[in-house]
Design a protein. Structure first.
Length: 152
C-alpha cells in the first residue's frame, strides 16, 4: 500500500483515539480493520496483515507523543486549544506534527501537504486553511530553532 493510503488509515486511527480511552484502542483498531475498513473503500487493495501491523505500531508511536504534540499545537494556535479543535483537524494536525518532529524520513513540506489534503477530504470548509496555517507556523518555529542551534 502506498504511503498516502497508509497515512490516511493512520489519520483515521488517530481520529478514533479522540473518542476512545487508550486501553480501548487495541480493540477499536481491530474492529476498524475487521469491518469495512479491510479495504480503503475506493476499490483499492485491502489492508494487508503487514500494513495492519505497521499501522498499529505507528499509531502507538504517535500516541506516545500526543501530550508533546498537543503542547506544540496549543502554543502555536493562538487563541485556540486542542480541546476546541474540530476532531478531524486535530487528527490531521497530530499526524503532521508527529511526522515533522519525530520522523526524519518525511520532509516537513510533505507532512504539511498531506495534512492539508486530509483536511480537504474530511474536514470543514475552513479546515485546510486552518491546518496549513498552524503547520506553517510550526515549521517556521522549527527552522528558527534549528538556525539558533547551529549558531550556538
Amino acid at each position: 500500500m502506498n504511503r498516502r493510503k497508509l497515512r490516511e488509515h493512520l489519520f483515521k486511527l488517530i481520529y478514533l483515539g479522540a473518542f476512545n480511552k487508550d486501553e480501548e484502542m487495541p480493540r477499536q483498531i481491530e474492529m476498524y480493520f475487521d469491518e469495512e475498513h479491510t479495504s480503503d473503500g475506493e476499490g483499492d487493495e485491502p489492508v494487508s496483515d503487514e500494513d495492519r501491523e505497521f499501522l498499529k505500531e505507528r499509531w502507538k508511536e504517535v500516541n506516545v507523543h500526543i501530550p508533546e504534540i498537543d503542547e506544540v499545537l496549543n502554543h502555536t494556535a493562538h487563541g485556540w486549544k486542542t480541546d476546541r479543535f474540530a476532531s478531524c483537524d486535530l487528527a490531521a494536525l497530530r499526524l503532521a506534527v508527529f511526522e515533522m518532529l519525530y520522523d526524519e524520513t518525511i520532509p516537513d513540506g510533505v507532512a504539511i501537504n498531506e495534512a492539508v489534503e486530509l483536511a480537504k477530504k474530511y474536514g470543514g470548509d475552513s479546515s485546510p486553511a486552518f491546518v496549513n496555517g498552524v503547520l506553517g507556523e510550526i515549521e517556521r518555529d522549527k527552522v528558527k530553532k534549528e538556525k539558533e542551534h547551529e549558531e550556538s
